[in-house]
Ligand binder design. Structure first.
Ligand code: ATP
Length: 351
């Protein structure tokens, strides 16, 4: 008997299995030739999880060879012991240190992330010219420890948030550390693309800043065509586990004719719809039912676009590190971050 056609809901149902399909280790083997070279360390031990979960920003023993950019921001373990009046639990991960060193020597530098998230909220720790570029185990550990986003990947409340069945805690979930080859990514060429029921609905500029080139109609048609063609030949039909519901992040080549996959994320509220709202994407899906439509490309179309304005403080934030490091001497990361926030606030007040 044919099933009755029902109007799709705003979001597809997210099962635990569907969510796990977006872990790096689940999708990368299938798409590795289309994405950035990466190595996965998995499963990480319970001790590593406890290290990430522990208070304070510090590196495990044996991983102290910190790159210059971090030196000033490091917590002195002695200071902290005195402050807290008790000794901190010691951790050591020699095998992980060795793997990080091996990948740094193979790739030149690494970009770290866990199953789903990168520590991009901690990018301010490193010079803005090379965000999240790690050249030592200590760089990797300090970024992971300084990031709230990474904490989401170890939190039982967050990992399966929004899934149909949240009763089984973190069962069936193994923590992983991903080391990707670091590239000087040009953020202006990054896109986030939204696919629902295997229909490419929308393509959004990912960086919220205004760029002239995005507002040329020739560029827009070229990019629309390039993304559609790429998606149809390389991605479409390969997400059956999620019912064809997903988003993909795409980095265009310099000539805007092709690109590389950066990441996949669930088509779910936890994934930032960037310049769309999920309601707008849903309307496009409903319209598609009346006849195929081309995806819509959205870009920041003026310097006064709300996305560009919203981004301004964060952007200023990203520009401070080098001067800020000179004033960080003798402070731990939290004190340093507080100081930095005060400086940013002052700059914003002055402007
Ligand atoms: N290998 C890399 N080298 C340098 N920069 C990178 C690399 N991979 C990603 N980036 C930059 O970091 C940003 C975040 O990367 P990614 O999407 O993997 O992290 P995420 O935490 O999953 O982000 P989101 O939650 O928005 O999906 C990218 O938009 C890109 O600018």
């Amino acid at each position: 008997m044919p099933t009755a056609l029902t109007t799709p809901t705003l979001f597809p149902i997210l099962t635990r299995d569907a969510l796990l399909a977006f872990q790096f280790s689940s999708w990368y083997p299938r798409f590795s030739s289309l994405s950035i070279k990466s190595t996965i360390i998995r499963p990480l031990s319970q001790e590593f999880r406890e290290y990430l979960d522990s208070d304070g920003v510090f590196v495990p023993e044996g991983a102290e060879d910190v790159s210059v950019a971090f030196t000033e921001a490091l917590v002195d373990p002695q200071d902290n012991e005195e402050d807290e009046g008790e000794s901190r639990r010691q951790f050591a991960f020699p095998d992980i240190d060795a793997k990080i060193r091996e990948m740094v020597s193979q790739y030149g530098a690494v970009f770290p992330k866990l199953n789903f998230s990168s520590p991009r909220d901690a990018a301010w720790i490193l010079p803005a010219s090379s965000p999240l570029k790690c050249t030592s185990p200590a760089d990797v550990y300090l970024l992971l420890k300084s990031s709230d986003y990474v904490q989401h990947d170890i939190s039982p409340e967050y990992v399966f948030d929004g899934c149909e069945d949240q009763s089984s805690g973190l069962d069936g979930y193994d923590l992983e550390l991903v080391l990707r080859k670091w590239y000087p990514v040009d953020r202006s060429r990054e896109l986030r693309c939204f696919v629902r029921q295997e229909v490419l609905l929308g393509i959004s500029q990912r960086d919220p800043n205004y760029y002239d080139f995005w507002n040329e109609s020739e560029t827009q048609s070229k990019v629309l065509e390039a993304v559609k063609t790429y998606w149809e030949s390389n991605i479409k039909g390969k997400w059956e586990k999620t019912g064809g519901n997903y988003t993909f992040d795409f980095l265009l080549t310099r000539d805007l004719s092709k690109g590389h996959i950066i990441d996949f994320n669930p088509y779910a509220p936890r994934t930032d719809p960037v310049l769309f709202t999920y309601e707008e994407l849903h309307d496009r899906l409903l319209a598609h039912a009346n006849g195929p439509q081309d995806p819509e490309l959205r870009v920041v179309d003026s310097p006064g676009h709300p996305a560009a304005i919203r981004n301004a403080p964060a952007h200023q934030h990203n520009m401070v590190p080098l001067e800020a490091f000179t004033m960080s001497s003798g402070r731990n990361v939290e004190e340093f971050a507080d100081l930095l926030r005060e400086e940013i606030q002052k700059t914003m007040d002055e402007n």
